[in-house]
Design a protein around this ligand. Structure first.
Ligand code: SAH
Ligand code: SF4
Length: 352
């Protein structure tokens, strides 16, 4: 029988798994707090669980962590790690310390099927979705890392690593349920951001129930340009994305929606592009839209060049003057290829 990792099971699912395998509701109730937030690594340590149960649990379930294969630290303090799972597949996850917060960037898939032209992860062959336990294991890795160093806890979690989170929605939701649970980590929904390339199916409606922040990778203000950069735009056009996101804003009761806009030299960084973007977002409801301008992070073999700082500043000024809240996002961890769009783990991958 296959032993199942239970790191990423919300209580209700854990309870069902326990009962299906001959354990009791009380066993589940006792075990759960040891997993979250106590983060014990063995069933043996669960002192209020009867000994015979503790001995039987490893025959069915595991609390095993992935193997940390590589750990790299950037000159700006960002840390990236390559984690290897049971089937030898690997993903990268990143820790980004700042003056005010400690953010972690979490992956949701091994590779990414969306294939955005500017993204290194998109060039990697898509392999599979991560399980909820594999997603949760990344978060646990950083919590344990900070604890070991006696350092400040994780304050923010962004689902902006490898993969498209809304294509792995059920596993994402399981992890959100654990994180937001008052009895476990009691994370604030305002401290969690899910970034999507604009997959606007039922998953985005379901995500609204969690009320977490949403970031949408827009990167162009008309369909022609966006489809060239992001093939997913052939499926979900800008107008569909914006109306789904408007709906998300209403349902989730979040303060604003973030639109990510990557500035690519000579492609989407002109004055006209900025004006077109501001018009689009004003239609959306300017006050509810925030733009994060992203500088291009290059990678081996990429065809693009980033816009200059001057152009970025000018672009930002135009948006601001038209009433769109805009910031230029600082790039972190570029020297170790830990920045947005640079993550890749193909060399270490086994295709399933
Ligand atoms: N798949 C999701 C989340 C992961 S990507 C999404 O696409 O939204 C996180 C962010 O990095 C996205 O906004 C993405 O467009 C951006 N990105 C991708 N490649 C990049 C690159 N080379 N330089 C800077 N940002 C990049
Ligand atoms: Fe996938 Fe996001 Fe990269 Fe596009 S930008 S290929 S959706 S990870």
């Amino acid at each position: 029988m296959q032993i199942k990792s239970i790191l990423g099971l919300p209580f209700e699912t854990l309870k069902e798994e326990f009962i299906r395998n001959g354990f009791s509701l009380l066993d589940a109730k006792r075990v759960f707090p040891w997993i979250h937030p106590k983060l014990v690594k063995t069933f043996e340590e669960m002192s209020d669980v009867p000994k015979r149960v503790r001995e039987k649990l490893p025959d069915f379930f595991s609390l095993e962590r992935p193997i940390c294969k590589i750990l790299q630290e950037s000159s700006d303090g960002t840390i990236k790690t390559l984690l290897e799972f049971k089937d030898n597949n690997c993903i990268e996850t990143v820790f980004i310390p700042d003056e005010k917060r400690n953010t972690i960037c979490v992956s949701s898939q091994v590779g990414c099927p969306i294939g955005c032209r500017f993204c290194n992860t998109g060039t990697q062959q898509f392999c599979r979705n991560l399980t909820s336990s594999e997603i949760m294991a990344q978060i646990i890795f950083w919590i344990e890392w900070q604890k070991k160093l006696n350092a400040d806890p994780i304050t923010n979690i962004v689902f902006m690593g490898m993969g498209e989170p809304l294509l792995n929605s059920q596993n994402l939701f399981a992890v959100l349920e654990i994180l937001l649970n008052k009895k476990t980590y009691n994370f604030s929904r305002n401290k969690i951001t899910v970034s999507t390339s604009g997959i606007v199916n039922d998953a985005i409606v379901e995500l609204a129930k969690f009320g977490v922040k949403l970031a949408v990778s827009l990167h162009a203000s008309n369909d022609k340009k966006r489809s060239e950069l992001m093939p997913i735009n052939n499926k979900y056009k800008i107008s569909e994305v914006l109306s789904a996101v408007q709906n998300y804003h209403k349902l989730s009761n979040t303060s604003h929606i973030t639109f990510e806009y990557l500035l690519l030299d000579g492609i989407n960084d002109s004055e006209d592009d900025a004006i077109e973007l501001s018009k689009l977002l004003r239609k959306f409801g300017g006050a509810r839209a925030r733009v994060n301008l992203i500088m291009f992070n290059s990678w081996n073999g990429s065809k693009f060049r980033g816009a200059s700082d001057e152009k970025a500043n000018y672009f930002s000024k135009i948006l601001l003057s038209r009433g769109i809240r805009t910031i230029i996002r600082k790039s972190r961890g570029r020297d170790i290829f830990a920045a947005c769009g640079q993550l890749k783990s193909e060399d270490k991958m086994i295709y399933g």
